[in-house]
Design a protein around this ligand. Structure first.
Ligand SMILES: *Cc1c(COP(=O)(O)O)cnc(C)c1O
Length: 475
């Protein structure tokens, strides 16, 4: 299995070769040359599998340069009940992604039982173990540099803490994250984790990362790496739970299932698209956005019009506050028949700050063949959905998941099973739950008092020179 760039001007590489990198050298995103196909018999066999067995059955089709026994060991270490321990009372941690029935044919797939209470752990935990394995084997090290406004940074830190050959330098806007999110990250005492609180906003943090990445000499000398949402390893790990969710709510392979996915950078739902391309019987893939609705606009009109970062709204579902969807190019590449020249033309417009319209050239009609539909939510509708979910289903959901449920209701026909992906636990967004329900959500008891633990972080001015000097000093 080789990986190619959506822009067609980079050499094809193996899984381990693309694992530690980000964009392809031509600016494109990596995708497998072809999607491995799952037969009816394969799917039947998968019905009896544990999460780890299923993960191996799927990932081994994408990874052919890690020996089978090693890959199996990495997966078994990643997907075990100890790691995904924050399960709701009535659910079984051994399921890794337990399913909760809300009503007839409507389900919630719990993806947020990992250490940072958000679905990003599902892929990031695997990435941490894969990184350590590949780096150790090749005798290499890496310094991961990232910017976060919350979920990504904490998921990366909890995945990389204590890992050999890896340091993490994570920039976050000083005093701008919730107390809980800050405590989650800053209470880590591991020596290989560096929390840097930047005097500025999230965009300042991102600009510092970009400036360092654009300094090719520094980047090479200090082995700067990334774990952002375009990383192929993250996408492929997420394919697994679409299979798990499908198998959990069906009795036979003739049934189809729809998924509703709270979306920001299009990473999560991109994995659903790949599962569908592999032959998983998915009916609809529902892209649910918040007020930052670039994707909803595209799926309704065929126009992709990324916003400038000043026009990004700060919402009560902050992990979906994006101005452009960094994984979207992967889907469009498939939609235009894997025509890399066409993809290059479209993204030269995007990279110059413009939009593109797929209606004019006939591609927009093809979207239906891929099962995609979309919708969006507002602050008021998310608050209302949290209240309704509590009243109707006796379950407390977070604001991101509320966005997914709100849009799922609009497409739910009561016949086709519908799975809403739970992308965070409510405990992570306490303030919003108090606003909606008038009381705080339940918090996993071991996290009680996390805000009072000693914190380890460095305050820094928003300057690329400052972060470079800090990296030099600490490596
Ligand atoms: C990251 C995140 C999302 C958005 O996922 P994408 O892969 O960027 O589409 C949604 N909800 C939560 C809680 C997240 O952390």
């Amino acid at each position: 299995m080789k990986y190619i760039s959506t822009r067609g001007q980079s050499p094809a590489l193996s899984f381990s070769q693309i694992l530690l990198g980000g964009l392809a050298p031509d600016g494109g995103l990596y995708l497998p040359e072809t999607y491995p196909q799952i037969s009816d018999a394969d799917l039947t066999t998968m019905r009896g599998m544990s999460y780890a067995e299923l993960a191996y059955a799927i990932l081994s089709r994408f990874v052919d340069d890690i020996p089978a026994d090693d890959l199996r060991a990495i997966i078994n270490e990643t997907y075990c009940a100890d790691v995904y321990a924050y399960t709701r009372q009535e659910q079984n941690a051994a399921d890794i992604t337990p399913i909760l029935q809300l009503e007839d044919n409507l389900y919630l797939l719990s993806l947020s039982n990992g250490p940072t209470l958000a679905f990003k752990d599902m892929a990031m935990q695997l990435l941490g173990n894969l990184f350590e394995y590949v780096l150790t084997k090749e005798g290499k090290t890496t310094n991961i540099l990232g910017a976060t406004s919350g979920d990504t940074g904490s998921a990366a830190e909890y995945a990389m803490r204590g890992k050999k050959g890896i340091r993490v330098f994570m920039l976050s806007p000083h005093k701008k994250m919730s107390r809980f999110q800050t405590a989650q990250m800053f209470s880590l005492q591991d020596e290989n984790i560096y929390n840097i609180a930047v005097n500025g906003v999230f965009d300042d943090c991102q600009d510092m990362v970009k400036a360092v990445s654009n300094d090719a000499a520094f980047k090479a000398q200090y082995k700067i790496g990334a774990v952002n949402s375009i990383n192929w390893g993250r996408i492929v790990a997420q394919v697994v739970y679409y299979f798990k969710g499908y198998l959990a709510v069906t009795q036979n392979n003739a049934q189809k299932v729809s998924f509703s996915v709270p979306s920001g950078n299009f990473g999560n739902v991109c994995a659903g698209h790949i599962a569908r391309m592999m032959g998983l019987p998915i009916d609809k893939l529902i892209v649910a956005t918040n007020e930052n609705d670039v994707l909803d606009e595209f799926f309704k009109t065929g126009v992709y019009s990324p916003r400038s970062s000043e026009k990004t709204y700060h919402t009560s579902s902050p992990s979906m506050d994006i101005s452009k969807a960094s994984n979207f190019e992967r889907f469009v590449f498939d939609l235009v028949g894997r025509d890399s020249e066409k993809t290059r033309t479209l993204w030269s417009k995007v990279d110059n700050g413009n939009s593109f319209d797929l209606k004019a050239d006939g591609y927009f009609e093809k979207i239906a063949d891929y099962g995609f539909v979309s919708g969006s939510s507002s602050h008021a509708s998310r608050m209302q959905t949290i209240r309704e979910a509590q009243a109707k289903y006796h379950v407390v959901i977070d604001t991101h998941t509320a966005d997914g449920l709100k849009v799922a209701w609009a497409y739910f026909d009561k016949q086709t099973p519908m799975v809403v992906l739970e992308t965070a636990l409510p405990a992570k967004f306490e303030e919003a739950i108090i606003e909606s329900l008038g009381h705080a959500p339940e918090r996993p008891s071991v996290l009680n008092g996390i805000e009072n633990l000693p914190q380890r972080f460095t305050v820094m001015e928003a300057s690329a020179e400052a972060i470079k000097a800090f990296i030099v000093e600490n490596t």
